[in-house]
Design a protein around this ligand. Structure first.
Ligand SMILES: O=C(O)CCC(=O)C(=O)O
Length: 299
């Protein structure tokens, strides 16, 4: 049966394999302070529109989509410098692919239920996301919520602008299955990229800031899927790199990703994504351990 170890510690490993995530203190107070002042300095000011009390704003400000390449690079480099030793300490031979910052401004609205872009062509392998707030978070300030056990049971290839198969009934799923991760500064959610998650509106007067990174097994080479609307039956597969994500992949809001021209084309992979009805979704979820056991047994 295929199952590459994810965490060095067996208890953490069981939690990530069985529930799709764990939540624990990651950064020291000094590291939190360092990142907080860095973000204040390079990114916070004039980055987001002031929202008036009660106004429902956009979902999130993300350094990943900042138009300034220098800002994207600097944030990636600085967050990486802090995260690297924790990734080394917690994860079994993983490497960081990208780092960024998410700010949910006062008035920022729900960031809907989602999971992340495909970065490995083998769905069985765990791609670990770390989401780590720099101040205490609550449901009211827009903390991250996870739907435990939803990882690795809806095999999908995810590319830019993908709409999740559960989008039509996501509110029902959120209200039934969410676990809010109320956090202390530096306390992180560590989860597989296929775990379904979202964040609540920020109804407080303070911006909610979280650093983020995305990690892959060190022996893996990441891929990027490109979806061509003329060929919905397939994805184009490219070899990608950290440099591409940080420097070149900038898709301003309201635009769509253009076909990469500087990445090695690896071929096509079929688009077998399908939507699930809520009944089907819940049936799969109720049988999640068995669905995963079968997945890991696939040669
Ligand atoms: O910071 C947030 O509110 C959302 C973060 C998120 O969805 C993610 O880490 O994928």
């Amino acid at each position: 049966m295929y199952l590459r170890p994810v965490c060095r510690n067996t208890d953490r490993n069981s939690r990530i394999v069985e529930e799709g995530y764990f939540h624990e203190q990651l950064l020291t107070q000094d590291e939190v302070n360092h990142l907080y002042s860095l973000i204040q300095r390079v990114w916070m000011h004039d980055m987001y529109p002031e929202l008036k009390p009660g106004e429902s704003g956009h979902q999130i400000e993300s350094s990943y989509t900042d138009p300034d390449t220098k800002v994207r690079e600097l944030i990636h480099t600085e967050v990486r410098a802090i995260m690297a030793r924790h990734v080394e300490r917690l994860l079994e031979n993983y490497t960081i692919l990208t780092c960024g910052v998410f700010i949910k401004v006062p008035g920022g609205s729900t960031f809907g239920l989602h999971h992340h872009w495909t970065v490995l062509d083998d769905y069985r392998k765990y791609v670990i996301n770390i989401w780590c707030p720099l101040q205490p978070t609550t449901v009211e300030s827009g903390t991250l919520h996870v739907l435990p056990n939803t990882h690795k049971i809806f095999p999908e290839k995810v590319s830019f602008a993908y709409e999740a198969g559960y989008a039509p009934y996501e509110e029902a799923l959120r209200s039934k299955y969410s676990r809010p991760l109320i956090s202390q500064p530096g306390q992180a959610a560590i989860f597989d990229l296929s775990l379904h998650h979202w964040s609540s509106p920020n109804t407080t007067a303070e911006p909610r800031i979280a650093v983020h990174c995305n990690c892959i097994p060190a022996e893996e080479k990441p891929i990027l899927l490109y979806f061509d609307t003329e060929h919905p039956e397939r994805f184009e597969m490219y070899r990608t790199t950290t440099e591409f994500y940080v420097r070149d992949l900038h898709v301003p809001a309201g635009t769509t990703m253009v076909r990469p021209t500087d990445l090695e084309f690896l071929g096509y992979t079929p688009n077998e994504n399908r939507t699930y009805t809520q009944v089907e979704y819940e049936e799969v979820l109720s049988n999640a351990s068995e669905v995963r056991r079968k997945l890991y047994s696939t040669p």
